[in-house]
Design a protein around this ligand. Structure first.
Ligand code: C5P
Length: 217
């Protein structure tokens, strides 16, 4: 049975497929969706556009407070370089504080939400109804990113993308505050050998089972 208000937390590294999964799951369960990576990207983009250094904590906090969740432009924010810059501003405590507050307000709106990011199940919603940790090998994730760029008509070097993916993983997993890691009660989903449809069906069934188990308690 579906609870009245539902929060589903989806975490995982860059290009694990968690964003696509989160969008589809939100559609399936009739929930709102927030890609929290876009909020960190919006802060980085604001600093880049204002030609400010990415380690200026006061300006980064100001930019974080000004982020408007209703006007996050995925097209503009999805650039590869913005993701790299986002992982630099994401290490700052005041930036995370401001963004996490907005993410919690978003998910509090009925009927609840699917949020995807790095720290949703561990920090933003430790009491989420269901938590998934979506991963895939670095090589597979780099190849997906590489194909995405080629399919969009761009040019990309696979070795460079793999190096970027590994560098970003290291930064996200080893930072002092809210590092990327599975919550103790997260369901693990490795999509290395799965297409998106299989990943979606697997995630959907994990969520349905978790909700059914909960409603029996
Ligand atoms: O998911 P995406 O690649 O758009 O995220 C960009 C960067 O934002 C990540 O590499 C990570 O450093 C940061 N991030 C985070 N916490 C989140 C979502 C994203 O630290 N919940």
């Amino acid at each position: 049975m579906m609870p009245d208000h539902l929060v589903i937390a989806i975490d995982g590294p860059a290009a694990s497929g968690k964003g696509t999964l989160a969008r589809r799951l939100a559609g399936h369960f009739g929930l709102n969706h927030l890609d929290t990576g876009l909020t960190y990207r919006a802060v980085a983009k604001a600093l880049i556009d204002a030609r400010l250094p990415l380690d200026d904590e006061a300006e980064a906090e100001k930019a974080a407070r000004a982020v408007d969740l209703t006007s996050l432009d995925r097209e503009v924010l999805s650039a590869h370089g913005v993701g790299e810059a986002a992982s630099k501003v994401a290490v700052m405590t005041p930036v995370r504080g401001a963004l996490v507050e907005k993410q919690r307000e978003f998910a509090a709106q009925p009927p609840g939400a699917v949020l995807d990011g790095r720290d949703i199940g561990t920090v933003v919603f430790p009491d989420a109804d269901v938590k998934l940790y979506v991963t895939a090998s670095a090589a597979v994730r780099a190849e997906r990113r590489w194909r995405e760029i080629l399919d969009g008509g761009g040019e990309a070097d696979y070795a460079e993308i793999l190096a970027d993916v590994e560098r970003r993983d290291a930064r996200d997993m080893n930072r002092a505050i809210s590092p990327l890691k599975p919550a103790a009660d997260a369901h693990l989903l490795d999509t290395s050998e799965m297409d998106i449809e299989t990943a979606f069906l697997t995630a959907r069934s994990l969520i349905e089972k978790a909700l059914a188990a909960r409603s029996k308690v």
